[in-house]
Design a binder for this molecule. Sequence first.
Ligand SMILES: *Cc1c(COP(=O)(O)O)cnc(C)c1O
Length: 496
Amino acid sequence: MQYRSTRGQITETLNSPQAVIQGLAPDGGLFVPVNFPQVDLPLPNLATMSYQAIAELVLGWFFDDLSKDQLHQIVQGAYGSQWDDATIAPLSKEHAGNYYLELFHGPTLAFKDIALQVLPRLMQKALTIEKNSNEIIILTATSGDTGTASMRGFSDQDGTRVIVFYPHGGVSPVQLRQMLGQRGDNLTAIAIEGNFDDAQTAVKTIFNDQSFNDQLLANGFQFSSANSMNIGRLIPQIVYYLSAYGQLVRRGDIKLGNEVNFTVPTGNFGDILAGYYAKKLGLPINRLICASDENNVLTDFFNTGHYDRQRPFFLTNSPAMDILVSSNLERLLFDIYDESAPSINQLMEQLKNDGKYSINAGARAKLHTHFNAGFATQQEVQREIKRIYQQDGYVIDPHTAVASFGANEYYSANNDPTPNVIISTASPYKFPETVYQAITDKQSPVTGLYAITELCQLLKQPLSPNVQQLFEQSQKNEQVIQPDQMKPTIRQILQL
Ligand SMILES: *Cc1c(COP(=O)(O)O)cnc(C)c1O
């Protein structure tokens, strides 16, 4: 397997270890397979395969420079006892007509753990294969969950260091507590005055700053990314689509070969893109429903073919989706533009210079064969949490509620008998204030850990071990800087 940039400004191809280590292509593009794997998806076996077995299979297709033994070690380490549920990604029974694929049983209570328990282990093998002895600096912009999950994944991992930038005031109290409570000498989290897009843009600029990169290399450092722009993070996310399908077949909820829909709460477009890749690999998926919050740039894009980031930015009760520039959309565009790097380069230049672009009619038609899109307001999120809770006591987090609402809208508007799986991306205890308010119609008098305790008393359900762990972490102080101080701050941390 070789990888190349979506923008084609660099012409050489990379093997998978190199692509994982680099994270982002030097021309600003994202790494994609030169030849998308043509595989025999063992559909009948999915029902009986463990999550780990499916993971080894999928990782093997995309990272074929690693030996079977190396892949086995990665997967065993990534999906072990740090998970609250031995199935890793359990599928709920049907609630109000939908299945919920619970991806939040990992150590930081959100679906980012699925990939960020793999990436550090994958990167370590990649460094060994490449005989690369640089210290890898994982530079990450986060809207909350990526930061905690990368710090957790890379904690005390030799030869790596994590520097996380998050929007000041733009992450939830529990996320903040998780970030400031991480243990590991190689971890730093810093708030910036700005929103997630400011952080992400600045991180991309630093990544592409050639002289800074040269200076780092001269000192034995090298940047990499743990954002879903890194192919090493994207590929592990394909696994849970296959696992969900297997679970539906195993339980007799669908017949082998039947199609399913997935509704995905979307921000940076990594999660839903993995679903699209699963479909390309042969999983019987009918529709992928892209659900956004009030930052509904993707809803407009799918409905009109125009992407326009010039719009007000909202801080909502689903902070991990408060994004106006969805990086991984570039990989989808690359695919629907028949892998034409010059076209993608042009669109991304327009996005950079004018803040918008439009896709052509052919590309739009292709999108419509796979995707639908919708969005939910914060009030609709609250109502959806309450509706699902009242039906049969099932509790969902605000991000999952965005998708749940979007699925409902889709099924009201379309006569589609296909069963639907909602990707459930966070534990309700990660956003206890919003969930409490939704269920009781009154504002939680407390925040953070106190709000978890209060929600727990309200729901009368025991806390999982990973939620309980939050109560045992002590916190560091918060450091806040301006975006233009990011580079000097990195210099300081690395003592350059
Ligand atoms: C990151 C995140 C999302 C959005 O996923 P993308 O891959 O960025 O689209 C949704 N919900 C939660 C809880 C998240 O942490």
